[in-house]
Design a protein. Structure first.
Length: 141
């Protein structure tokens, strides 16, 4: 069962917005230190960014998949295809974070990681819009 805030559009949107804003700030810090060739700081920000995506966005995604999405599809089976698409977004984000972790392990902290951070922001932003505009307005229908 999902928490009540996941089904409330305003509360759910606030969760997304806060996490996305933090991710943008980390992305900008990463780019700054990368450009300044501050290797240690760049590594630190990369570690924090990975932890952020795992603990905030991907944990939230897990809660959606285990509770909210299942409940909404049970109530309205017509949402099944949309839930599949939203779950695919989560899978893409998981894969990108995994790739970032691999780059960090190999000590390959460069523009590829910046590209992954940018990609995460784009996918998450589109995903959040779809949840707010397509999924939650159909709740209870």
């Amino acid at each position: 069962m999902s928490g009540p805030s996941l089904k409330k559009q305003d509360a759910h949107s606030s969760i997304h917005e806060a996490a996305l804003n933090e991710a943008k700030e980390l992305r900008d810090l990463f780019q700054k230190y990368l450009e300044e060739k501050e290797k240690e700081r760049t590594i630190q920000v990369a570690e924090i960014a990975i932890e952020h995506w795992e603990s905030r966005t991907l944990k939230h995604a897990e809660a959606e998949e285990e509770g909210l999405y299942r409940e909404l599809v049970e109530e309205n089976p017509n949402l099944g295809q949309l839930v599949i698409q939203l779950t695919r977004d989560h899978d893409l984000m998981r894969r990108m974070v995994s790739e970032m972790k691999n780059l960090l392990i190999k000590n390959e902290i460069d523009e590829r990681m910046l590209s992954l951070l940018d990609s995460l922001l784009v996918v998450d932003s589109i995903h959040n819009e779809d949840e707010m505009n397509k999924l939650l307005p159909n709740y209870g229908r």
